[in-house]
Design a protein around this ligand. Structure first.
Ligand code: PRP
Length: 183
């Protein structure tokens, strides 16, 4: 589905499918150089990262395994606590591996900040982050992200893996959700 198919439900298209394709090719070329000869493992964070992982992994000109984590905020259901619960752990032992976490978005930064600490404690050789989107003004904690696709404003964004109430993940573009949809 393209943004034009749901033009009554969005206000602005922030990043188009074409923008994403170009950016993924650019970052894949950098990653191929940076990790040449290294034991690289891509780790996607479910569910938002499914689209970016699928396209990014295929843009890489090298053999690379993928693994997945599913996490959620613990207890209250609010993200602000920064306490994260593992719903699905890695299948892979990351000891001595070069891990690249693939995320759709860094919002407050709490999820990644927790994941980075968790992965470091498992003895990975290195842990870096590729986030397709980042909301710099929403940051509650600083997360060092080696590869960032696009900085975007602090708006309710959907598409390319990002949802509202589990909907809109299949939008090919990234767009701002119209307030009448959620208010
Ligand atoms: C989203 C996104 C990141 C996280 C970023 O996931 O995929 O994992 O939020 O937010 P933060 O920087 O404020 O921690 P979400 O918890 O909505 O789950 P989902 O990926 O299944 O949609």
């Amino acid at each position: 589905m393209r943004a034009a198919d749901i033009s009554d439900q969005i206000t602005t298209v922030l990043v188009t499918e074409e923008d994403i394709r170009e950016k993924l090719a650019e970052i894949a070329a950098r990653v191929a150089v940076d990790y040449a000869g290294k034991d690289l493992l891509l780790v996607g964070v479910l569910k938002g990262a499914v689209m970016v992982m699928a396209d990014f992994a295929r843009a890489l000109p090298m053999v690379v395994p993928m693994d997945w984590m599913a996490v959620s905020s613990y207890g209250s259901g609010t993200k602000s606590s920064g306490v994260v619960q593992i719903r699905k752990d890695l299948d892979t032992d990351i000891h001595d591996k070069h891990v690249l976490i693939v995320e759709d978005i860094i919002d407050s930064g709490l999820t990644l900040s927790w994941l980075l600490e968790n992965f470091a404690s498992r003895g990975a050789a290195s842990v870096e982050v590729f986030a397709l989107l980042r909301k710099p003004e929403a940051a509650k904690v600083h997360v060092e992200s080696k590869y960032v696709g696009f900085d975007i404003p602090t708006e309710f964004v959907i598409g390319y893996g990002l949802d509202y109430d589990e909907k809109y993940r299949n939008l090919r573009d990234v767009a701002v959700l119209a307030p009448h949809v959620y208010s």
